[in-house]
Design a protein around this ligand. Structure first.
Ligand code: RBF
Length: 162
């Protein structure tokens, strides 16, 4: 994956997502940003062959709730991967640190507990402009990058099973 433009990647390196099923959990905080991340993720999944009815979308209030929302997908739906989309912007208090710590640790734990990909599609920025730049702006869209990661990780797992 590119580091400067989150939407730039080698298309030929991405396997087909035609038979894959995805859950996407979106935080409602900073929704202008997170809805743009969701649009990016969905269009990238479809671009690589995912069927519309195999992309399930749910919302949680804020990024702190993303791991539990993602766990509901793992427990109650037959998904191959879950993409967590959020945007945490640094404010005046320590909230930023606690939310980032919680969602990061929660996401790592889910990957290992369920042995399936839970993709970290969460922007953690100093200000709103940095988030806009990474949600379809001058640095691309983190939702695109998260979708490509999900496809590649499902393919990786399947390669061990076949
Ligand atoms: N959630 C986010 O997804 N992004 C944020 O930038 C964000 N900032 C917050 C700042 C404060 C002061 C508070 C109280 C909450 C914030 N949240 C944010 C919401 C958080 O993830 C969670 O939904 C709530 O803390 C649950 O009550």
């Amino acid at each position: 994956m590119a580091t400067k433009d989150l939407s730039q990647y080698d298309i030929s390196s991405v396997p087909s997502a035609e038979s894959m099923q995805f859950g996407i959990v979106v935080a409602e905080w900073n929704f202008d940003i997170t809805s743009a991340l969701a649009n990016g993720a969905i269009s990238t999944l479809k671009k690589h062959g995912a069927q519309e009815n195999n992309i399930l979308l749910k919302y949680v209030p804020g990024s702190f709730e993303l791991p539990l929302g993602a766990q509901y997908f793992a427990e109650m739906e037959n998904v191959d991967a879950v993409i967590l989309l959020g945007c945490v912007i640094q404010g005046e208090t320590r909230h930023f640190d606690y939310i980032c710590q919680g969602v990061t640790k929660g996401t790592v734990d889910l990957n290992l507990k369920y042995n399936k990909p839970f993709v970290f599609g969460i922007l953690t920025t100093n200000n709103e402009q940095q988030a806009i730049d990474r949600a379809g702006g001058k640095h691309g869209n983190k939702g695109d990058e998260a979708a490509v990661t999900a496809i590649k990780m499902v393919h990786l797992k399947n390669s061990f099973l076949s």
